[in-house]
Design a protein around this ligand. Structure first.
Ligand code: 4AD
Ligand code: MG
Length: 464
């Protein structure tokens, strides 16, 4: 016999009076009286639960005592309009089956109101709570929205490598990939590690960004985007950093910084509108629970223009600020999260785009501005979170790019293929990276980025 079933989400949307249904899910609660009992089930398909009435005498009634919170069951029954408050449908069970019990002494999700810290320790079960059900569904909807946005605009999804030999951001925050025997690491005459003896014949690591490979795909296909896992060995234990996160990196051929900013703004606004359309219940629940953006706030965001300011003007704003920053501001510093937050929360009261950063705090590939001091970079900052997008117009002029690579003491020989893109049919082009977890965090209102990815990887933490 097949155990195909009806999802609670579908039943609530398209159910009809008297429909025969099969519900499979986990017991959220059980209430018993003499002749019958209520089992409230959730199956993960939506925020809502479905109440099932189990009458004495139906097959399986004797199992009821073992259907405790957390147990998994199957109920075949009839859908009926509910008389009770707060629910539209209920199921009158004709048969109850028990798949798996959950011992009330040891099942950790017995009581409501666990802390997020505790739930992080039981990451394998936390998806059964209202909070994490909502976050995982929102995450899924946004991932779908990413493809919808780009595909409907003619961008091609490009798969860039996970194991690579180049450090795109040049920050050295890389996880080495090796098969060398760590007890007998081969050394060169000079005492350095001899990577030529390693699996790839070269020092390999997990990618920090698909951008460099994305550039060569854009410079043959036009407009592309990547959407994949990215790894950074930053030793920062913050509520905004993960060691493994997902990034979306569009790359546009024949485009400048203005086109890039427009795309970034359209993209974020689209995702806001998409989230409201696809996950209204999840957003309503999360905003109530965690006091983040309400569905109305998010809908408004999807319609409002982002403010833009140059880095130089942003520094002037920060210097004028009456608050005292922990990290003092002067032209040339990298903006810290306290500065970013001041701009979004106090100056603009919403997301903003900061452009034209000093070249010395940005990556080698960014296009130099005529002032000789700044580059055509842009970061999108969101209230509470800070940077959600980092991007730039790329340096398409061979001589300037090569000079910059040398100035920054990067391995010019290994970047010859990247320079080839400027040697042969170079075009103005631009792109950016959106940290997927940062936008999920922004829209869900979750305070800690570890609560918007099922298996968070962070320094000292690799459970599951
Ligand atoms: O600003 P980043 O470092 O830019 C790049 O990697 C460029 N190659 C992107 C491009 O132009 N194609 O990173 C982009 C975004 C950040 O704005 C942030 O949202 C996210 O990636 N990010 C992180 N998210 C979570 N944990 C981390 N450790 C992150 N580091 C960056
Ligand atoms: Mg950045």
């Amino acid at each position: 016999m097949s155990i195909r079933r009806h999802r609670i989400k579908d039943i609530l949307q398209t159910g009809t009076e008297g429909q025969q249904v099969t519900i499979c899910g986990w017991v959220r609660s059980r209430r018993e009286s003499k002749a019958f009992a209520f089992l409230v089930l959730n199956d993960g398909s939506c925020q809502a639960t479905l109440q099932c009435i189990v009458d004495q005498g139906i097959p399986g009634f004797d199992l009821l005592g073992r259907c405790q919170t957390g147990a998994s069951v199957r109920i075949d029954g009839e859908l009926k309009k509910s008389q009770g408050k707060g629910q539209s449908w209920e199921v009158h069970a004709k048969k109850l089956e028990l798949y798996g019990e959950a011992d009330p002494e040891t099942y950790p999700l017995q009581k409501k109101g666990h802390t997020l810290e505790f739930l992080r320790e039981i990451g394998h079960l936390r998806g059964r709570t209202n909070t994490f059900g909502a976050v995982w569904r929102l995450r899924n909807a946004l991932a779908y929205g990413v493809h919808e946005f780009f595909q409907s605009r003619g961008f091609m999804w490009a798969h860039t490598p996970i194991i690579t030999g180049n450090d795109c951001e040049g920050a050295g925050e890389i996880f080495t990939v090796t098969t060398l025997d760590l007890n007998k690491v081969p050394k060169t005459d000079k005492g350095a590690i001899d990577w030529s003896k390693d699996f790839f014949g070269k020092h390999a690591h997990l990618t920090v960004s698909g951008q460099l490979e994305g550039e060569f795909l854009a410079l043959s296909l036009g407009d592309i985007y990547t959407f994949g896992p990215t790894f950074r060995a930053e030793n920062s234990n913050t509520t905004r950093h993960l060691s493994e996160f997902w990034m979306i990196e569009p790359e546009l051929a024949f485009a400048d910084l203005e086109d890039d900013m427009k795309l970034a703004e359209d993209f974020v606004r689209f995702l806001c509108g998409w989230a409201v359309k696809k996950c209204p219940e999840e957003l309503a629940f999360l905003s109530e629970m965690y006091k983040g953006l309400t569905p109305d706030d998010i809908a408004k965001l999807s319609e409002s223009k982002f403010s833009a300011i140059t880095y130089t003007d942003a520094v002037k704003e920060l210097e004028k600020a009456s608050v005292k920053f922990e990290f003092p501001v002067k032209w040339g510093i990298d903006l810290q999260s306290e500065h970013e937050r001041y701009l979004t929360d106090h100056v603009f009261k919403g997301p903003c785009i900061v452009t034209d950063y000093p070249k010395d705090i940005k990556a080698f590939y960014m296009r130099q501005n005529d002032d000789g001091k700044t580059v055509a970079a842009m970061d999108v900052l969101a209230p509470r979170i800070g940077e959600i997008i980092g991007g730039s117009q790329r340096e398409e002029r061979l001589d300037l790019l090569e000079t910059r690579i040398r100035e920054m003491k990067l391995p010019v020989d290994e970047l010859q293929w990247f320079l080839d893109l400027r040697r042969f049919g170079s075009v103005p082009h631009a792109g950016f990276g959106l940290g997927f977890e940062r936008i999920v965090q922004y829209l869900s209102g979750m305070g800690n980025i570890r609560d918007v990815i099922p298996c968070p990887r962070a320094p000292g933490s690799i459970a599951f």
